[in-house]
Design a protein around this ligand. Structure first.
Ligand code: ARG
Length: 462
């Protein structure tokens, strides 16, 4: 089989080399981007008089035919053609002739070509992820507005801590996913530059117009240093990192859904449509989707570390190591898109059990901090002393086998003289939640402000 580089070679490639070296098995995913980039390049070559106008048009028609063949599944990808760039060029030459097909690669290298194709792919996928993340934020926000009065325990160390609303807890995730959105959006802005025209590493003596190619392809501009442009994979690392953080957030939410759907908690029931059964235990309903999202977070982290490690020792400019950049990104992108989509549906269809959440708030003395705060505010007791007195009140409740919120005035008084009748209302769990009106707090006024903030943000995005 003839190679593009056969001029310099006297021996043919070993079969083992061909198989080891080829990336066609996975970079065929980039055929749309590769052909789009080649068409823009051919158009520019024609416009600049580097090749004839008619030649440019014929090349573009030929590229459209190759695109059609691939889209229809009629294109045969061969290991000997190594990668998507050479496969497309070879087929183009078969269609329009070797002489004409051979002009397309003027003022270009596979090094800037692959940098372009991969960047276009990452930017497109970035936008798809943004859309899905935005939908998830919208789901969490609208669900929150229905659960302002759903009282539940807030946790630290997975121990009951203070009463909060379910709305508040869900909004914590809305803000996490909003930050994810912003991270993807800022990566998009930073990387939306065309590397094409960098050629092998040092630019080209041909009178190319890089801005024209960038415009044709929808980039905001061109990269500044050719050597950097062909060596840079920051755009790929950024999407991998952004996906890792996104998946870490999704995984934490899933972990909570898993815990909350256990019989011990019973806070949520995941819909049958997004649960699975057991092959042996007829009664089982398992949160497999949530577990899988939690599990897949491991592999996206692996993809990030793999590429960081691949890149860390590479001298400038292109090295073949960089061919290892693609599979992890394809995998992470597919994982993130599928995970966020199904997470969104699972949350939309889940049923939250308000009664179980409410009765859980009556365990664990959730209003203890409120009692201490009462002593500080109304009785001028130092916080440390207030903490001690409240601790004794908790011990009292424990000895009576009740929750702190169930103690009456007399029982409180027996603990400390500063605990009078007025203290009782501060033990009320809903009052505890409603007292936390500080910005970012769990009182309904504060949570409504958080919801409004996100709604206004979503509105601007439309
Ligand atoms: N298949 C290669 C890759 O994915 C394309 C670039 C090859 N360039 C080169 N000089 N061998 O990285």
């Amino acid at each position: 089989m003839k190679k593009m580089w056969e001029g310099r070679f006297s021996e043919v490639s070993a079969k083992l080399l061909e198989e080891f070296n080829a990336s066609i098995g996975f970079d065929k995913n980039l055929f749309e981007q590769d052909i789009k980039g080649s068409k823009a390049h051919a158009k520019m070559l024609g416009a600049q008089g580097i090749i004839g106008k008619d030649e440019s048009e014929k090349i573009i028609d030929g590229l459209d035919r190759v695109l059609d063949e691939i889209r229809r599944g009629e294109f045969e990808f061969k290991i000997e053609d190594e990668d998507i760039h050479m496969s497309v060029e070879k087929r183009l030459s078969e269609i329009i002739g070797k002489e004409l097909g051979g002009r397309l690669h003027t003022a270009r290298s596979r090094n800037d070509q692959v940098a372009l194709d991969f960047r276009l792919y990452v930017l497109e996928k970035n936008q798809e992820i943004l859309k899905k993340v935005k939908e998830l934020v919208a789901t969490l926000t609208s669900l929150s507005s229905k659960h302002l009065d759903t009282l539940m325990p807030g946790f630290t160390h997975l121990q009951h801590a203070q009463p909060v609303s379910l709305a508040y807890h869900l909004m914590a995730y809305a803000f996490m996913f909003k930050r994810d959105f912003e991270r993807f959006a800022s990566s998009y802005e930073r990387n939306n530059l065309s590397p094409l025209g960098s050629a092998a590493l040092a630019g080209t003596p041909h009178k190319i117009d890089r801005e024209m190619v960038a415009r044709e392809l929808g980039f905001a501009g061109v990269t500044q240093n050719a050597m950097d442009s062909v060596s840079d994979r920051d755009f790929a690392l950024e999407i991998l990192f952004n996906i890792s953080v996104l998946m870490m957030h999704a995984s934490r939410l899933c972990e909570e859904l898993i815990i909350w759907s256990s019989s011990e908690f019973g806070f949520v029931s995941i819909s049958d449509a997004y649960s699975t059964g057991s092959s042996i235990m007829p009664q089982k309903k398992n949160p497999d989707v949530a577990e899988l999202i939690r599990g897949k977070t491991g592999r996206v982290n692996g993809n990030l570390i793999a590429l960081l490690t691949t890149m860390k020792g590479l001298p400038l400019a292109y090295n073949k190591d960089m061919q290892e950049d693609k599979e992890g990104v394809f995998d992470s992108v597919a994982t993130a898109l599928a995970s966020v989509e199904i997470l969104n549906e699972m949350i939309k269809t889940a049923k939250f059990n308000k009664e179980n959440m409410l009765s859980a708030t009556k365990r664990g003395h959730l209003s203890a901090t409120d009692l201490a705060d009462y002593l500080v505010r109304e009785k001028n007791v130092a916080f440390r002393e207030a903490h001690f007195i409240t601790g004794k009140a908790v011990a009292k409740a424990e000895s009576l086998g009740v929750d702190l919120s169930e103690l009456d005035g007399e029982q409180l008084r027996s603990v400390d003289e500063n605990l009078d009748e007025n203290a009782v209302k501060f033990l009320d769990l809903n009052a505890s939640k409603e007292a936390r009106t500080s910005k970012g707090g769990t009182a309904n006024v504060s949570v409504k402000a958080q919801i409004d903030d996100i709604k206004a943000w979503l509105e601007v995005l439309k």
